[in-house]
Ligand binder design. Structure first.
Ligand code: ADP
Length: 169
């Protein structure tokens, strides 16, 4: 069989990117499942200079490292710019995305087509959110934290602690 595809990089390294501002249970669940599916998972904490974040890139990287610290095949780093460049720099063949609801699919579908046209050697793989975490989003967590709500069950303890320090008891 002939193919016009460029030689593919190893398929078993995946990158999982996002703002993770903050990293919540939905993100954690996706990352833990992916760590079992791939030889190596690199969590990429995105930095967009035009976006305002609650936590700095260093804080977000440190938090994700703490939460996933028990997984030996997971690395965490910050990146700026195109996801496909970050993936290539990590030697990844897979972009991993989480899907919460049907509403995510339209955006994710066009992102995957865009990324595929930017780098044909990359494949996007989607994992469905666990039902009990499918309503979680970082913006919802930030709102609850700001209003002093109980975040138990929504975020890992390391994140809860950092949010408490940010917003007070
Ligand atoms: P962004 O910076 O694109 O807003 P996020 O930091 O919110 O990204 O999310 C990063 C990744 O995690 C995306 O693939 C997103 O679809 C996924 N994700 C976000 N929330 C959840 C959730 N509750 N369950 C599973 N996956 C999620």
């Amino acid at each position: 069989m002939t193919t016009d595809a460029a030689p593919a990089p190893p398929r078993r390294v995946a990158v999982y990117t996002g703002s993770f501002d903050p990293f919540h249970r939905g993100h954690e669940h996706i990352a833990r499942r992916a760590a079992k599916l791939f030889d190596r998972l690199v969590v990429g904490v995105g930095e967009n200079p035009e976006k305002k974040y609650l936590f700095s890139p260093d804080e977000r990287v440190a938090t994700v490292r703490e939460v996933l610290g028990d997984l030996p095949n997971v690395a965490v780093g910050a990146f700026e710019g195109l996801t496909v460049r970050f993936a290539a720099a990590q030697g990844a063949g897979v972009l991993l995305r989480g899907i919460r609801a049907l509403a995510d699919i339209e955006y994710e579908f066009s992102m995957s087509l865009t990324n595929a046209s930017l780098d044909r050697s990359l494949e996007t793989v989607f994992l469905m959110a666990k039902a009990e975490y499918s309503h979680l989003s970082s913006s919802l967590i930030r709102q609850i934290a700001q209003l002093g709500g109980d975040l138990t069950g929504f975020v890992p303890p390391a994140v809860e602690e950092r949010l408490r320090r940010k917003f007070g008891p």
